[in-house]
Design a protein around this ligand. Structure first.
Ligand code: HPA
Length: 246
């Protein structure tokens, strides 16, 4: 089962990857964020893609999600793990913590969000009751246990439009809606993977408390500092997952 990793903010590259090949693909939907890397992690082959490009330059609402997911399918990926920096909303979702969400709510807009738009023989709807592949989530949780990495095994991810962070009132509303985590890239990525029948799961690395949950403004310095330690844990987790996947 070929595994693909989409790295988000703070994970543009993984030093531990042994890169075998750069695949510069074009797709019917345009250019992906970056060349796909065929690589090995702990000796296990996988595909890596930098969601925001390398260097980190494509904002969340400008990412060509369709080209990214289409390209991964073309290259033979069967499972995709999207790693994402997020804000924490739920009480346990503190900076540097890792959570594996089991639900999501999409608040983004104006993004190319489906493959089922043009030249259809019939209108197509996918089931999205469970947005994340349960077996892949379980594999991530097992890998975390084996590597003794603490993760929160659930959570509802809110996908906002960005690139600005939220207002305090928006975070309050997301909390009222039952959201535990807030990020800007989880959708349409998850739905597009499901449309192409790829297993998809998310590793959320918490960079900061959501706006207004603690006093003061959210600074990029704070986000970067928390992501440094959070992403180190995420890389250890990915290594454990790759080994389990082999
Ligand atoms: N909100 C949305 N996306 C984010 C945040 C946030 O607070 N932190 C990191 N990505």
């Amino acid at each position: 089962m070929t595994l693909a990793i989409i790295g988000g903010t703070g994970l543009t590259q993984i030093a531990e990857l042994n890169i075998v090949e750069h695949c510069d693909l074009d797709t019917p939907f345009g250019k992906p964020s970056a060349p796909f890397l065929r690589a090995e992690l702990n000796g296990v082959p996988l595909i890596f893609l930098a969601r925001h490009g390398n260097p980190h330059r494509i904002p969340p609402h400008k990412i060509n999600y369709r080209a990214n997911i289409w390209g991964l399918k073309q290259l033979g990926a069967k499972q995709i793990i999207g790693v994402a920096a997020v804000g924490g909303i739920g009480a346990a979702m503190a900076p540097s913590v890792i959570a594996i969400p089991d639900q999501l709510i999409d608040y983004s807009y104006g993004r190319e969000h489906t493959f089922f738009a043009d030249d259809l023989e019939h209108v197509t709807h996918i089931d999205f009751t469970l947005p994340y592949a349960q077996a892949l989530r379980e594999r991530i949780l097992t890998a975390a246990k084996l590597a003794q990495i603490d993760v929160i095994a659930h959570g509802t991810y809110a996908c906002t439009q960005g690139p600005r962070l939220e207002t305090a009132a928006e975070i309050k509303r997301l909390a009222n809606d039952g959201c535990d985590l807030v990020g800007m890239t989880g959708m349409p990525e998850a739905a597009l993977a499901k449309e192409l029948e790829l297993d998809y799961a998310n590793i959320s690395v918490i960079a900061n408390w959501g706006a207004g949950l603690i006093e003061g403004e959210i600074t990029m310095e704070e986000i970067e500092k928390n992501l440094e330690s959070g992403m180190q844990k995420a890389i250890s987790l990915l290594k454990s997952i790759a080994t389990l996947n082999a």
